[in-house]
Every structure is written in structure tokens, then in C-alpha cells.
Design a protein around this ligand. Sequence first.
Ligand code: NAD
Ligand code: WQD
Length: 335
Amino acid sequence: MVLVTGGAGYIGSHTCIALHQAGFDFLVFDNLCNSSLESLKRVEKIINKKIKFVEGDIRSKENMQKAFEMYEIDSVIHFAGLKAVGESVELPLKYYDNNINGTLVLLEVMQEYNCKKIVFSSSATVYGDPHTTPIKEDFPLSCTNPYGRTKLFIEEILRDVYRADSDFKIVILRYFNPVGAHQSGTIGEDPNGKPNNLMPFIAQTAVGKHEFLSVFGDDYDTIDGTGVRDYIHVVDLAQGHVNSLQKISSLDGVLTVNLGTGNGYSVLEMVAAFEKASGKKVAYKIAPRREGDIAACFADPAYAKEVLGWSATKELNEMCEDSWRWQSNNPNGYN
Ligand code: NAD
Ligand code: WQD
């Protein structure tokens, strides 16, 4: 049985579908602090199966032990965490407590129940401002905000756990920029309040929730001066977790892998692609650079192909079409 922490969230809910399709039995553990049960209800409709769910907080040993008592868990996909960069600058302790302390409790309980396989959600943010692109896994690591530091620290904690006990099998997945939604248009990203990320902001502008998109800077050293990122379809990303679980037993050491497409698109290219896919106009205005942003970030995806047999299959137009289907069918998200 696979324990999926944070499985009610954006990436977790899509991964539940991929796990089901690959024949894995799984249970979701989530405190619903940034999600709702509605996402899991909709996943149940898609896979036509009831999902095992334990409501709880990863920081609570009792809550975690309850899940391990109820089910025979042999591996964990660990999505649970807070992810808003700006909030992490305002409230660093909240992020260190939730993400780091939560992971420590999870790892302790895993040890207690002799469960030693874990796939962890890290982020391309651990590369800081890369000296060159595309980014390979052995590039230097750094970070510019508390959220990023929680990912970096957790990566180090996992490496120490392996050094102390080489029975542990650990896969660290560094996601680039997840976008898109399941093709049914019934599940997707449902940010609280005004979105920080580009794709949900574009989608909400297209549906009429915002007057215009602020493009944060047009004077970067990129194709058109706007920031370049590696957007990856969430369904491809979900499949990366399945591949990781399929390979994890044969691992030696800690495997750290980029999950990206290898293609970089600028903000203005994203706007144009979304307009084409949705048939809607996305008004925008050039605004000052956002603090902490970098010019360009995209993956070298070769290692993922080599060690996980995984590569992204979905192109930008499909990412935009699927985001639009979700957004236009659910203008208020899961509410
Ligand atoms: P999300 O907020 O949609 O999902 C996270 C889930 O974790 C939510 O359902 C939330 O309720 C749950 N959760 C948070 N703290 C918890 C706690 N203490 N106990 C139990 N459950 C808790 O976010 P997402 O986009 O699906 O991201 C999943 C993971 O991937 C996160 O760790 C995030 O940092 C990482 N990640 C996300 C992105 C991105 O851009 N979406 C990029 C790189 C890495
Ligand atoms: C993409 C591009 C912006 C919004 C963040 C986190 C990172 C990871 C993914 C979790 C940039 C521009 C954005 C807007 C804009 N999350 N933009 N107007 O910054 O690459 O990464 O999410 O791990 O840690 O930092 O993604 O979607 O915020 O921005 O012009 O309203 O769009 O400047 O060039 P980012 P993003």
C-alpha cells in the first residue's frame, strides 16, 4: 500500500489517478489545509473507485501512527507541504514547522513501522539562480526564500537518513513548473485567493476574474525580455511518481531527478499559447520585476529518461487546453 501525503492537493490528486491506472493500492493522508475532499470525490468518479482517506496532520505522530496502524504501508509519496513563496517570507516559522517538522515526524513513524521507501516532492527552486541552462541535477544548490530552504533542508535530511540506514530507498523529484489539469476538466489547480503562479492567473484572467495580467519584467536577457520557465503538464508529472515507485526497490542510494520537459517558454509565449487554446483574449500590462525572480529556468530532462524511463509527453497547447477546460468548467474551483 502506498501512502500519499497531501494527496488531496493539486499534484497529489492527479497522482492518485496515475497510481490507480498503474495498479497501485494507495491511501491519501491530508489535513485539507490547502485542499478539499471535493477533489478526491472527483477522482473517485474518474477512477470509479472509493479512495481510502485518513484526515490528519503530518506533524502529529498520533495521526501518522493511526494511518500506519490502519493499513500496511510499504512506501510513501510525500506531497504534503505548504508552497506559497511570498507567504514563506512573511511567515518563515510556519513553513519550517509544517514542511520540515512534518517531514521529520513522517520519517520517524516510517522508521517505527519499518517502511523505508519514499518519493519526495522537491522543486527546481533549489537551484536558485542557475549559472546556465538547461539545468542538470549536479548543479550547485541555493535558495532565495524560506519555502525553497525547506525543500533544500529536507533533501539534506533525506540524504542523512540514507547515510545512517542504507536500507532506505529514496527518490527526490525536483519539479519544474506544473500546469494543466486532467483532461476530464473536473480536477485541477484551485489556488486560494489571488494566484501567485502564472498559469492560474492567466486562466482566471481569460475567464474574466481579473482585468489584466501583470507581466513581471520585460527586460530580462531572454527571447522577448520576459521570464522563461519549463512548464510541465501535471499528468506527466504524476506519471513520474509512478515510474519512481516502479524503480524504487532496485535503487542504491538516493536518486535525485529533474521532472521537466526541457523546453523553456516566456511569459508572453504563455499568454499567446493560452489565447490560442482558449479563444479568449488575455489582457496584460508590463509591470516591474518581481523580487527574487530569475530570468530563465528549464530542465535538462535526460537523467529522468535514463534512470526512470520517464519523459514528458504533453506539449504546451495541451497544457493550455486542459487548464482552460478546468478553469472554464469550474470558474470558482471546487467551490
Ligand atoms: P497543494 O497545496 O495543492 O497540495 C499539498 C497538499 O498537502 C494539500 O492538500 C494540503 O492540504 C496538504 N498539506 C499541507 N500541509 C499538511 C500537513 N501538515 N499535514 C497534512 N497535509 C498537509 O500543492 P501541490 O501543488 O499539489 O504541491 C505538492 C507538493 O509539491 C508540495 O510539497 C509542493 O511544495 C511541491 N511542489 C509544488 C510545485 C508547484 O508549483 N505546484 C512545484 C514544485 C514542488
Ligand atoms: C512564472 C513566470 C514570473 C505571475 C514558483 C516557485 C517555485 C515553484 C513553482 C514550488 C515568472 C511570471 C508570474 C504573474 C508574471 N513552486 N509571472 N505574472 O516563479 O517560476 O516558480 O512556482 O516549488 O518554487 O517560486 O513560477 O508561475 O510564479 O512564475 O509575469 O502574475 O511568470 O515572473 O517569470 P516561478 P510562477
